[in-house]
Ligand binder design. Structure first.
Ligand code: PLP
Ligand code: SF4
Length: 347
């Protein structure tokens, strides 16, 4: 068929409509993260002059927000609890006593690059050096990902370390965000771990199911369902507003799988330091078969003091949760302390 100019342009227009209608896959969304503060504010109809960004903060830990997460932020509202988690506010410039770049002294428990062995019977493996989002409160904002960036040879060193220690029963994939790597890499890693007979549990800690729900594909579900391990997926959500219909839809596919679902939150001033907010979060999570696991007091990392909640206030919030919710919907309020054998429970 010979095409004249007008039919070609019609076809082009049709193709354009088709391609813009097609939902983006997670890799595409990951390659189109918002990294420019001005663009973020433009989308949210906010004026940068009202709340300038911290240049030091941006340099240290650049802005990174996936578009589906931006869609869940209410426009025109500086106090939006989701925006507060991603906006590099000038409060990051505040220097506070007791805040440092490695408050957990993790470098003491780093026997092989990319591996943390701090607690009995479980190790934490850095499966990815990057995340889909940069949470401003992140305790790893100063983490040396360059020397802890997992190359295959580092993974091999970590695997050797795990093989040599039969007391290790559980591997926790962490990061960065372990679901930021491809299914192929994940499948390779799981297969290598499966060859270590003393390992029983595979745990994945990830914020991606919340901030980039498109990552939760049926291929990933199959991968997790078919491993011989008992599987625990700990998602990281801090506020029920993050649990959009898209998040619900994509997590639903895990319902029929063997994956145990838990949630971990960080208690953050101006985001969720309120018992009603946390109550609603627990109630939303249970509708998705997810149980609350930990509520962390934020670690004292420099640049994050504006998220601090006192332990007195935290305990008060937890006690109200206990008054209002069944026990299984109340998370454990914990704090990470260097040198302890487990996370410290506050109550
Ligand atoms: C939190 C953490 C774990 C896991 O602790 P659980 O209490 O089992 O959830 C393991 N290793 C490190 C280094 C941790 O920080
Ligand atoms: S997803 Fe987790 S590791 Fe990544 S920036 Fe957020 S809090 Fe930090």
């Amino acid at each position: 068929m010979k095409l004249n100019q007008s039919s070609t342009s019609m076809i082009n227009r049709t193709l354009k409509v088709i391609s813009s209608d097609k939902p983006k896959n997670w890799q595409e969304i990951l390659s189109e993260l918002i990294t420019d503060p001005k663009e973020l504010l433009q989308l949210l109809r906010l004026d940068i002059n009202e709340k300038p960004a911290s240049l030091v903060g941006l340099k240290q830990f650049p802005l990174k927000v996936p578009r589906p997460f931006v869609d869940a932020i209410s426009p025109g509202n500086w106090s939006d609890p989701l925006l507060r988690q991603v906006w590099p506010s000038i409060e990051e410039d505040v220097i506070s006593d007791g805040f440092s770049s490695d408050p957990l002294q993790e470098s003491n428990f780093n026997p092989v690059p990319g591996l943390l062995h701090k607690y009995q019977a479980r190790v934490l493996l850095t499966a990815a050096a990057h995340c889909a989002v940069h949470c401003r409160y992140c305790f790893r904002r100063h983490f040396d990902y360059k020397s802890n960036s997992p190359s295959r040879s580092d993974w091999l060193d970590s695997l050797d370390y795990i093989k040599d220690d039969p007391s290790i029963k559980e591997v926790i994939l962490s990061g960065g965000d372990p679901l930021a790597i491809s299914d192929k890499q994940l499948a390779w890693l799981i297969q290598e771990l499966e060859s270590i007979s003393h390992l029983k549990i595979l745990r994945i800690h990830s914020r991606i199911p919340i901030v980039l729900p498109q990552r939760m594909t049926s291929e990933l579900t199959t991968l997790l369902n078919e491993t011989k391990f008992d599987v625990v997926l700990v998602v990281h959500s801090n506020h029920s507003q993050e649990i959009t219909n898209q998040v619900k839809e994509n997590l639903n596919s895990l319902r029929a799988s063997k994956v145990n679902l838990l949630n971990q939150s960080v208690l953050l001033a101006g985001v969720n330091d309120d018992s009603q907010v946390l109550k609603e979060l627990s109630q939303t999570l249970i509708s998705l078969n997810i149980l609350p696991y930990y509520l962390h007091l934020p670690d004292k990392v420099s640049g994050t003091s504006h998220f601090s909640v006192s332990s007195e206030k935290a305990i008060k919030i937890l006690n109200s949760l206990r008054d209002e919710l069944p026990g299984y919907l109340v998370p454990n309020l914990v704090q990470e302390e260097p040198g302890e054998l487990s996370k410290t429970r506050l109550v």
